[in-house]
Design a binder for this molecule. Structure first.
Ligand SMILES: [Zn+2]
Length: 348
């Protein structure tokens, strides 16, 4: 009897799985937008060569903007992934205006492989290969799918990251200052303010139309979309405070867009940083530093030192810039050429 019972449940479960996870192929994502209002459609999009990507389409009851939320470009950055899980669980399509496209885990192979920055199949960093290539390697095909299928049908594109397994990071919201797309730029700024983070970063935008965007949300900006990114979490942890911060940031943006109801409470004194500076690793070795993300540093200040494997000091690291540490390498191994510190000066 118990065996028979289990069998029925299994059959039922397989049936439900097929119903909700039917594969879709290229060109079919936009058709999900025309589906029945007030519904959530969960699908896997086929990327070829045995690879696929999860897409959740949440269509509200009232017409409105299409807001895309993307997590898991880097599979070791857990707070973005877990915050988006909360959004999937709590957004009620019956109370939603417009549509949400949620990509809960852009690189499942990186997530399940516990891979830092890179896709385990081809060793590429997904956030360096945009706009990607439909015929290319596993990473390039994910980028191509997002560039061709998701970004063009999005009004707002939000890509969420954090400090990866080896990065210490101060949470912030950021966008590109694309001055020849003023409507989108103003909206990006409005949504950044609404998110309610203490630190907010504006990157200069100098990309030519024929240059590869490399980054997911930069690709969206290049395509003329309102795009922004949230950064929260650090050092491979899944800290609840970071998950809370991201979830609140997303909700505040959706309230600002009038896609969900509610009111925005931003209690913090928002600080702005334009065009942060980067300090690169001068020589590979073991990195020692007492400086943390969020610390204020001055020009010339000793930030740490690098040794060889015998413990001999190879080089002291002095800051070339004044400002606040937005993120830094937070673990001992450093490789020449990597970004060691990102330092931003707060605009008064
Ligand atoms: Zn990332």
């Amino acid at each position: 009897m118990p065996g028979y019972y289990v069998k029925i449940i299994l059959i039922g479960y397989v049936g439900i799985t097929l119903l909700f996870l039917a594969n879709i192929s290229y060109g079919q994502v936009s058709s999900l937008l025309t589906g029945t209002s007030g519904q959530i459609q969960n699908r896997y999009a086929d990327l070829g060569d045995g690879d696929s990507i999860a897409v959740s389409m949440i269509k509200g009851v009232e017409p409105g903007p299409v807001f895309t939320i993307l997590a898991g470009i880097h599979g070791f950055e857990y707070p973005p992934i877990l915050a988006v899980q909360r959004i999937l669980k709590t957004i009620d399509p019956q109370k939603l205006k417009g549509s949400l496209i949620v990509i809960p885990l852009a690189s499942e192979s990186s997530f399940f492989g516990r891979s830092v920055f890179i896709h385990p199949k081809d060793g590429k960093n997904l956030n360096r290969v945009f706009p990607g290539n439909e015929e290319g390697s596993a990473t390039e095909r994910i980028a191509a799918f997002l560039s061709r299928e998701i970004i063009p049908i999005s009004d707002v594109f939000l890509d969420i990251h954090g400090g990866d397994a080896g990065e210490d990071l101060l949470p912030f919201v950021c966008y590109y200052e694309r001055k020849d797309a003023l409507v989108q730029l103003k909206m990006a700024r409005k949504l950044t303010i609404a998110a309610g983070f203490e630190y907010n970063v504006v990157y200069p935008y100098t990309l030519k139309s024929n240059q590869p965007s490399e980054y997911a949300f930069k690709e969206a900006v290049q395509q003329g979309k309102t795009a922004l990114s949230i950064e929260a979490g650090k050092l491979g942890s899944a800290d609840v405070a970071d998950i809370d911060l991201i979830e609140k940031g997303i909700r505040n943006m959706l309230i600002e867009m009038q896609m969900i109801s509610g009111s925005i409470h931003t209690a913090v004194d928002q600080k702005w940083i334009f065009g942060p500076d980067y300090l690169k690793v001068p020589i590979s070795g073991l990195f020692y530093s007492d400086i943390k993300a969020g610390d204020q540093v001055s020009k010339g200040q000793l930030l740490g030192h690098i040794t060889n494997v015998f413990g001999e000091v190879l080089q002291e690291i002095h800051s070339e810039y004044e400002g606040i540490i937005l993120y830094k390498i937070g673990t001992p191994p450093v490789n020449a050429g990597e970004t060691m510190f990102c330092i931003g000066r707060i605009i008064e």
